[in-house]
Design a protein around this ligand. Structure first.
Ligand SMILES: Nc1ncnc2c1ncn2[C@@H]1O[C@H](COP(=O)(O)OP(=O)(O)OP(=O)(O)O)[C@@H](O)[C@H]1O
Length: 314
């Protein structure tokens, strides 16, 4: 594997007052990936992003970005990093175009009208370019945050809960946008409470809770290790015992013998194939059924089982 674009080792942050928001975090981010940092409220996601972006001073540990140590050589790397914060901290009277152009200039880049126009158009904000920020809708303000973070053409983009509190339509739009950034070669790290978002977007997922990274893995591999298929087959006539041809499957009779429940597979599709075989076996045995309900376990169940407690934010 080539050198990671971001290499975090032993990162700990203890806030004044003694709260340990990050506890010995190791994390390596690969060039070009979309990495989702998934965790409940207060897990330390924003603190982690803040530490990389120079907003939070680590208590201990090292952060290297693009091969530069962020403690001693911050300037080199900071210009290549973009941050989309959770909330706008900007002059609400400022017009949209000016706000984005200013974000670029802050990083010492020459003004580039064509580039700013391209960014605003890609975010559907071009026709709002002369509006004051205060006149934008919530969704537009979110897109403006992204425009501001893109203005200096970062190679590594942090999105801190990009879709928290936005409606389904807009969330899908955001996902498309993030996908488009990846196509341009931008490495994206996003934090989210939404398992669905990690499932939809990410190449890899890191699960964080109480300042500790519990697991980092390819999304597909997470599903393979922990995913399961569950199928409930409603039987036309109750069975008192499993016929031998059926008993070889990982099945149980439930609800007084009226429901045959399959639990198996490993998240690779093996479960679905086995359910198909089970159905054929039922037909061969002339066991009639009236309905089949199949589902794959979601990242949500994996998440909950890893946390081992019900602290997952809604
Ligand atoms: N400036 C600060 N001073 C003291 N404690 C802080 C400060 N900022 C954050 N914390 C605490 O550190 C912990 C981690 O907070 P952080 O904002 O990093 O979590 P998060 O995972 O981003 O949460 P959320 O999903 O709610 O945004 C929390 O307990 C929070 O209260």
């Amino acid at each position: 594997m080539s050198e990671p674009i971001l290499d975090i080792q032993g990162l700990t942050k203890i806030y004044p007052g003694g709260l340990k928001a990050l506890d010995d975090v190791d994390l390596q981010i690969r060039q070009g990936e979309i990495f989702a940092l998934l965790g409940p409220n207060g897990a330390g996601k924003t603190t982690l992003i803040g530490a990389v972006c120079g907003l939070v001073r680590p208590t201990s540990g090292t952060i290297r970005a693009f091969g530069h140590d962020m403690a001693s050589d911050w300037r080199h790397a900071r210009g290549r990093i973009g941050l989309v914060p959770q909330e706008l901290a900007t002059d609400m009277f400022e017009p949209v175009y000016r706000a984005v152009a200013y974000s670029r200039e802050l990083f010492g880049l020459a003004p580039d009208k064509a580039r700013i126009e391209e960014i605003l158009r890609s975010l559907n904000l071009w026709d709002k370019k002369d509006e004051r920020i205060m006149a934008l809708s919530g969704g537009m303000k979110r897109r403006l945050l992204i425009a501001k973070a893109m203005a200096h053409e970062p190679d590594l983009l942090f999105l801190d809960e990009p879709t928290a509190g936005v409606d389904v339509e807009l969330r899908k739009g955001m996902w498309q946008l993030i996908g488009a950034m990846r196509e341009r070669g931008v490495t994206v790290i996003l934090t989210t409470h939404y398992i669905e978002e990690a499932e939809e977007m990410a190449d890899r997922v890191g699960i964080i809770s109480r300042g500790r990274i519990l697991k980092v893995d390819d999304k597909a591999s997470l599903m393979r290790q922990l995913g399961r298929t569950e199928a409930h087959i409603a039987l036309a006539n109750p069975l008192s015992a499993l016929p031998p041809a059926i008993a070889s499957f990982p099945v149980e009779l439930e609800q007084g013998g009226t429901s045959l429940c399959y639990r198996g597979g490993d998240g690779t599709g093996k479960g679905k194939a086995e359910v198909a075989q089970l159905i054929k076996a039922l037909v061969d045995e002339s066991i009639d059924f009236t309905g089949i309900d199949t589902r794959e376990s979601s990242l949500e169940e994996i998440f909950v089982s890893l946390l081992g407690e019900k602290e997952v934010a809604a």
